[in-house]
Design a protein around this ligand. Structure first.
Ligand SMILES: Cc1ncc(COP(=O)(O)O)c(C=O)c1O
Length: 376
């Protein structure tokens, strides 16, 4: 056996032993919530399609039309010949939605964070990132070469201490956080972070992947990034910012420059979805209302977003709970380290406008039944 295969097999054995091996499961999403796995229909509480727009006929029609008109792919990077009309229209609309001068669409949210962070700061600069920030915020920080420190999750006191101590030595400073934390569902104290940042001349990047369209936006940060793949039901990432920042990143974000532009259908779908988000506020409010119905029924702290974690601690417990819910017809995927910190394996429940009240109540009953201590 080659040393490469031996390495792969050895590592897989270790992952298996810790119940941390990941496997792909064939999954057919049939609409906003119904999902088929291994021939069974399950009600999914694990999709980030918060408004069910990935299956909305208007969104599908917009994508289909773009597909027929502009073809399946962008054909080249944006700076060569990949800057097609749906992308230009989408950027204009995203900027207006966020109240910013301009926007830049990337291949994905992950690529956006790689390019934004490494395009704006580097060696000699300082990055302060919330300890529970998404993997791509840390990846962008690492790629940048700037000195990177984590501040305790949502701790203004720790952030202030780090700024007091280290800001003076750095040329530029950036603070990275999320509007809604992807695995915890809580929100960052953005107004206070923005005030601290201003006092220390630090630039705030807010990852709005899980906030766009489903959470009251509140104050905007100078750098508002997000994804087209969750509420907007499509694929791709974006940054909304001032015109000079967008123009600079168009020249400097390597994950934007050296990759093919988003397919026209993806951009057109996101644009149609954004129209619906703005036109139908009652739909946008529904996922949070359902999350709150669920937390109220189970006596959990009130949901701050459509994401509700049920932290169980051990990986095996989370896997067993997920399997038991699946046996009852609910798909709630267990989230394990390193996605979440060791000892905090959990079920991450995501609510969608496409869920019915009865489905939410059914899940609450099943969780209460399987997890004594969490009672309806
Ligand atoms: C907070 C956060 N940021 C960024 C991303 C990456 O976005 P994308 O899926 O578009 O790469 C995700 C999830 O995928 C996320 O949860």
């Amino acid at each position: 056996m080659s040393s490469l295969d031996a390495f792969a097999l050895d590592t897989l054995v270790q992952l298996d032993a810790a119940s941390l091996r990941r496997r792909l499961a064939a999954t057919e999403r049939r609409n906003g919530v119904m999902t088929r796995r291994a021939g069974r229909d399950l009600v999914s509480f694990s999709c980030n399609d918060y408004l069910g727009l990935s299956h909305d006929p208007r969104v599908i029609a917009a994508a289909t039309e773009a597909l027929a008109r502009y073809g399946t792919g962008a054909g080249a990077s944006r700076l060569v010949t990949g800057n097609h009309p749906p992308l230009i229209a989408l950027e204009k609309r995203l900027a207006a939605h966020k109240g910013k001068e301009a926007a830049l669409v990337f291949g994905s949210g992950y690529l956006a964070n790689l390019g934004i962070v490494s395009g704006l700061v580097g060696a000699g600069d300082l990055i302060l990132v919330d300890a529970l920030g998404h993997s791509c915020l840390f990846a962008g920080a690492k790629l940048s070469g700037a000195e990177t420190m984590r501040f305790r999750h949502n701790s203004l006191a720790h952030l202030a201490t780090l700024l007091d101590k280290h800001r003076g030595k750095a040329q530029r400073a950036m603070i990275l956080t999320e509007r809604v934390f992807s695995m915890d569902g809580d929100r960052a104290p953005l107004d206070a972070i923005l005030a601290l940042a201003e006092a220390h001349d630090a630039w705030v990047l807010v990852d709005d992947a899980h906030g766009l369209g489903v959470i009251e936006p509140g104050t905007r940060a100078p750098l508002e990034m997000g994804t087209l793949s969750k509420t907007l039901g499509s694929y791709g990432g974006y940054l909304c910012a001032s015109r000079p920042v967008i123009d600079l990143l168009t020249c400097r974000a390597r994950s934007f420059i050296y990759t093919t532009g988003l397919p026209p259908a993806s951009a057109a779908a996101a644009l149609a979805a954004l129209d619906i988000v703005e036109a139908e506020p009652e739909r946008a409010a529904r996922p949070l209302a359902l999350a709150r119905r669920f937390t109220a029924r189970l006596g959990l702290p009130e949901a701050q977003s459509p994401i509700v974690p049920i932290v169980v601690g051990e990986v095996e417990t989370a896997l067993a709970l997920s399997a038991a819910l699946e046996a009852r017809g609910f798909l709630v995927v267990a989230i394990r380290p390193p996605t979440v910190p060791p000892g905090t394996a959990r079920l991450r429940i995501a609510f969608s406008a496409a869920h019915g009240e009865a489905q939410v109540d059914g899940l609450a009953e099943a969780v209460a039944d399987l997890r004594p201590g969490v009672t309806p």
